[in-house]
Design a protein around this ligand. Structure first.
Ligand code: SAH
Length: 515
């Protein structure tokens, strides 16, 4: 159909021999509708396909070796049931040509890359209740003579039907997007209120000639203005406008991975950049000392603050602004990134490299931009430790990935450097080696950066008496990574000799760099 420099577009004409991965699409309009591009692929094949996209991008764009990927890339997290996972649907309404030449009122989706409406009574990605809600609304529109909005002429009233469902609570919200006041508000309430779970019926006014779905103003007609749902142990109040992850089952798995990768002990300072309504921030806040969230959309930050209050979370602080401008090179232990498709701003990545948090957790909806960003981070200071694709959108080609980076360029959990003062040329020192001399020597000999506090802690731990050169941290608040209780130095460690310089004489120092 169309040729580009290195690839072309083609149209399927005929299937001569079907692939063993080909299945019949359960949805009758799967081909016409622009939504599910992979419905004719079996679900295990979809998962393999997406895992491959991530692996290839990490290799080709990120420059990571196949050998490393075999070690760090975990199998994709799929769904047990890859249909009916969406908690939010937005159906445009309009007239559709009937076979007898007339036309009839319908709700549905636009065909791929067009604005021609394909009637759909039951989208298999959405909740089952949608079917009943749509059919009652279409009857109500005809009875009350509310015409669908026509994009071309700008005439008519009903633009979209927005339906949200709290999967944990069963609460349902219906919002009709209209261009002008409706006829029969009371009849609308009567048509919907007895559907099990119905919690909120509202109107949203949008009279602009735009394809943005929602307008500014929403009026509740029946019930509450919001529904409630939860991700993990955090509750969220969701209005028609709120951003909320659309696949709550997989979101919980995705954020569970992010949480595991952040390896929080309760003492950490975490920055959640591109935080949206603070879903990840609040998820992490209960397990860390302090979370800072940064997001460019003010409404989302208002929601984040409200959600923190609803959950009684007091150690999360949120800022409106660009991540690349608000992120302060202080001393965060963990940075979490969840950027939009275009990935992270290069300025932000440079700031992160200056700050050097212990761990970086990157959640991404585009493996190509993720790989580009990781390449930059891993060229300096950081190494890719774990990566896992998560299938947030079965039946579509989209795939989410979460990765964990930490400092250092070797794979072992602990770098151990042993040396004795006799290894060093201490002639130049009157009273023996200073901490700075030890630090510089380790850096030069092994390429690892250890802090003075590291050296002191190791000495204390092994009962080596401090001398007058002992360096204390500059202020009681300042944090420096040291020996962790998870990685104590055992007798066996002390005696291990692999790749270590021979130890001579007294005063053996062991420095660990936490990675
Ligand atoms: N983690 C969030 C969703 C992140 S989606 C949640 O679960 O709610 C990416 C977010 O990045 C969007 O909310 C978008 O508004 C925001 N964003 C885009 N560019 C940004 C920038 N330069 N700085 C901060 N936030 C940005």
């Amino acid at each position: 159909m169309k040729m580009k420099k290195t690839y072309g577009y083609a149209k399927l004409e005929e299937i001569i021999e079907p692939s063993s991965d080909r299945v019949a699409a359960p949805c009758p309009v799967a081909r016409q509708c622009g939504g599910c591009t992979l419905q004719e692929m079996s679900y295990p094949a979809q998962l393999r396909f997406k895992e491959n996209i991530v692996r290839n991008d990490l290799r080709r764009i990120g420059g990571f070796k196949e050998e490393l990927l075999r070690e760090v890339l975990e199998p994709i997290v799929g769904m047990d049931e890859p249909f009916r996972y969406r908690n939010k649907m937005q159906f445009p309404v309009g007239y559709v040509k009937a076979q007898n030449g007339g036309e009839y009122l319908a709700a549905g989706f636009y065909a791929a890359r067009t604005h021609s409406l394909i009637p759909i009574t039951d989208c298999l990605l959405g909740a089952e209740e949608n079917r009943e809600i749509i059919s009652r609304l279409l009857v109500w529109m005809e009875q009350e003579e509310n015409r669908p909005y026509d994009e071309e002429s700008g005439l008519g009233c009903i633009r979209h039907i927005l339906i949200r469902k709290g999967f944990h609570t069963g609460e349902i919200l219906v919002c009709l997007v209209v261009s002008e006041p409706i006829h029969g508000g009371e009849a609308l309430r009567d048509a919907l209120f007895d559907i099990p779970g119905m919690t909120s019926v509202s109107l949203n006014f949008n009279s602009e000639r735009t394809n943005v779905i929602l307008g500014e103003k929403t009026v509740t007609l029946w019930g509450k203005p919001t529904i409630t749902d939860s991700i993990g142990d955090v509750r969220f109040e969701i209005s028609p406008q709120s951003f909320f992850q659309v696949n709550p089952v997989q979101t919980e798995k995705l954020y569970g991975k992010a949480l595991a990768f952040a390896a929080l002990t309760g003492k950490e300072t975490v920055w959640d950049l591109y935080c949206g309504i603070g879903t990840i921030s609040l998820f992490l806040a209960r397990r860390s000392a302090k979370v800072y969230g940064v997001e460019v959309v003010p409404q989302a930050i208002r929601d984040a603050k409200r959600n923190a209050a609803v959950n009684g979370i007091e150690n999360a602080e949120f800022f409106v602004g660009k991540a690349e401008e608000k992120f302060l090179p202080g001393e965060p232990d963990v940075v979490v990134l969840d950027p939009p498709r275009k990935g992270c701003d290069a300025k932000l990545l440079r700031r992160i490299l200056e700050t050097q948090p212990d761990r970086i957790v990157d959640v991404s909806c585009d493996p190509a931009t993720l790989s580009r960003d990781l390449k930059l981070l891993c060229e300096e200071h950081y190494a890719l430790r774990r990566a896992v694709p998560v299938d947030m959108f079965p039946e579509t080609r989209h795939v989410e990935t979460v990765v964990c980076l930490s400092k250092g360029d070797v794979k072992s959990k602990k770098i151990r450097v042993e040396f004795s003062l006799e290894d060093m040329d201490t002639d130049g020192f009157k009273k023996g080696a200073t901490y700075n001399a030890i630090r510089d020597w380790i850096k030069e000999k092994y390429g690892y950066r250890v802090t003075n506090l590291n050296i002191a802690q190791v000495k204390q731990k092994h009962g080596i008496i401090e001398r007058e050169n002992y360096n204390k941290p500059k202020s009681p608040e300042s944090k420096q990574s040291g020996c962790t209780s998870e990685s104590p130095i055992s007798e066996a460690d002390l005696n291990a000799t692999n790749d270590m310089p021979p130890t001579k004489g007294r005063g053996r120092y062991i420095c660990e760099e936490k990675i």
